[in-house]
Ligand binder design. Structure first.
Ligand code: ZN
Length: 282
């Protein structure tokens, strides 16, 4: 039972960018990662999601990310109006922002108080671009886009993270920097390449990551990437895209990742009898 992605063109806007229809037609960085085991992806889960048969459990952090992004695109007032659940509805704090959102305000203040951050985040906000890359259509959304700045042009992506510690990567069998663990380097490379194709440039514009942490007080960094990184990450995508497309379009059967930290594989699991010593390794 395979469902082909929609063949018709979809004109993307900010209302339909994250829709199922858009995800069926376009590849995105997060969708690509959701198929690739190196990024904790699971083919079976991704196919079920694209078919509309499965929705991931809400992790709560989703709305927090939107809050910070609404600030960056100057739409925080509108966001607050449309999301009354971010306000406390009972007790002494009734009518005030919930404590996690108060802390987000603190994170936003840290960014606002740093002139270089504000320079890097300036420009056009939430710019959607689409281009054909590795034979399939991709969609990207640039948080901040300054195509004319400096010699090369630049764009920036804003991330609110728990912290910037190194963490263990099963795939690398080693500790890796946070940006590598979450594939932000891959994201920056695809964004730069899509922009280059759309604008018919010879060179890439320079990707920046603005990170603010949820620590109290928050830490923050501005990280820039270079062409070596872009080339090696594009090569990684090239190496994996054939399998991803074959599974997405139903030409290949999706594999279950079977990992304990995959919500889909836990939900759809059928147990087999295991010898007790199999658990000794955990
Ligand atoms: Zn899985």
């Amino acid at each position: 039972m395979s469902r082909q992605p929609e063949v018709c063109e979809i004109i993307l806007n900010r209302d339909n960018y994250f829709s199922l229809e858009a995800n069926r037609h376009y590849m995105s960085v997060s969708q690509f990662k959701s198929f690739v085991p190196a990024y904790g992806g699971c083919e079976a889960r991704s196919v079920a999601e694209l078919a509309g048969d499965y929705t991931r459990p809400d992790k709560g952090a989703f709305n927090e990310g939107h809050y910070i992004h609404a600030w960056n695109s100057n739409e925080l007032a509108e966001f607050k109006e449309n999301n009354p659940d971010i306000y406390s509805s009972r007790g002494d704090t009734k009518g005030q922002l919930k404590s996690n959102y108060k802390h987000l305000n603190k994170m936003i203040e840290v960014l606002e108080d740093d002139p270089l951050v504000m320079q890097v985040l300036a420009g056009h906000k939430e710019v959607i671009l689409t281009a054909e890359l590795f034979g399939i259509p991709w969609k990207v959304m640039l948080d901040s886009y300054q195509p004319e700045i400096g010699d090369t042009g630049a764009f920036a992506d804003l991330k609110a993270l728990k912290d910037m510690k190194k963490s263990y990567s099963e795939h690398h069998q080693n500790y890796v920097p946070f940006y590598q663990k979450y594939g932000y380097d891959l994201q920056m490379a695809i964004y730069a390449e899509v922009e280059r194709i759309v604008k018919k440039r010879e060179h890439w514009i320079i990707p920046h990551l603005v990170v603010v942490t949820k620590q109290d007080p928050p830490d923050h960094e501005i990280i820039m990437f270079d062409y070596d990184m872009i080339m090696s990450e594009l090569q990684f995508v090239k190496n994996h895209i054939e399998r991803v497309v074959a599974v997405k379009t139903g030409r290949e059967t999706p594999l279950r990742c079977g990992h304990n930290d995959c919500d889909y594989c836990r939900l759809t699991k059928k147990a087999v009898i295991k010898h007790y010593k199999e658990f000794d390794v955990y």
